[in-house]
Ligand binder design. Structure first.
Ligand SMILES: Nc1ncnc2c1ncn2[C@@H]1O[C@H](COP(=O)(O)OP(=O)(O)OP(=O)(O)O)[C@@H](O)[C@H]1O
Ligand SMILES: [Mg+2]
Length: 249
């Protein structure tokens, strides 16, 4: 069903000097599905999602969103197109609270020339909205006023995924969201991913954890040395086969 395709990438190429990080990549992500992106270290996974989220630009190829050719020149463009990303290196502001992190750069707070009273009201609104979202996603934090610097890896990851879930309208990209987490914290993040999918987003999940792939992803794309070497249905793919596809044995 073509109308389910939210994001489509066609023949994308990305070079870093002599390194061909993406070599003729095509993929489609559909509403209400988790698409896994698999590949060994250096395969090009993060580069690919950074080209979707506006951190990098593809050198050749095309990106369409809801069937419309779209040039994503910056993270602001990507957000405006309904794409939210949780990066591998997380990108939360340590010295800010969850609410301040949620709205950093989105400014419900308003300009600094606003009277202090009004700015205070807006900051109360952001806190209330953030608390509502964290409750809905069942994210439990020691204190909502504490800065994220004081949180555990899992709590930080949950805040980052929750933030993406608030602003995503079409596509959510998660680059190894459970990599540094214990079992219980990983479970919480996986539940959030399932929820993002249930809300109708196209979710692109990068992970090295095959159990997570089998649990959540209806399809997976395998990259090796910048090339797409396979597109599979995880539940129907032999693990051994998948591993040799990834490492190229
Ligand atoms: N900003 C950059 N400048 C130059 N080369 C880069 C840059 N970013 C990535 N590369 C190169 O592009 C290739 C793909 O890297 P990428 O980070 O996309 O891999 P990855 O699949 O995400 O790996 P990992 O599983 O280790 O996170 C690597 O050879 C890497 O060195
Ligand atoms: Mg990476």
């Amino acid at each position: 069903m073509n109308s389910d395709i939210v994001l489509s990438i066609t023949n994308a190429t990305k070079r870093f000097g002599p390194v061909l990080a993406l070599n003729d990549i095509s993929l489609q992500a559909r509403r209400g599905e988790v698409l896994a992106l698999l590949g060994d270290n250096g395969a090009g996974k993060s580069t690919l999602i950074k080209c979707i989220s506006g951190v990098h630009q593809i050198d050749e190829g095309q990106i369409t969103i809801d069937g419309i050719a779209t040039s994503i020149r910056s993270p602001v463009d990507a957000r405006a197109a309904g794409i939210e990303t949780v990066y591998q290196d997380l990108a939360l502001f340590d010295n800010l609270t969850p609410a301040q992190n949620f709205y950093a750069g989105r400014e419900i707070a308003g300009p600094s020339w606003l009277p202090l009273g009004l700015r205070f009201l807006n900051s109360r609104r952001m806190e209330a909205e953030t608390a509502r979202v964290l409750d809905r996603l069942k994210v439990i934090l020691p204190s909502k006023e504490a800065t994220v610097a004081l949180m555990s890896g899992g709590q930080r990851q949950a805040v980052a995924v929750a933030r993406a879930s608030v602003f995503a309208r079409k596509v959510v990209i998660l680059d190894e969201p459970t990599a540094a987490l214990g079992l219980r914290e990983a479970r919480k993040v996986l539940d959030l991913v399932a929820q993002l999918r249930a809300e109708g987003n196209a979710v692109i999940l990068i992970t090295h954890n095959m159990e997570h792939v089998t649990e959540l992803a209806s399809r997976a794309i395998v990259l090796r040395q910048g090339r797409k070497v396979g597109e599979i249905i995880p539940s129907k793919t032999n693990q051994q086969e998948l591993v040799s596809m990834i490492v190229g044995a």
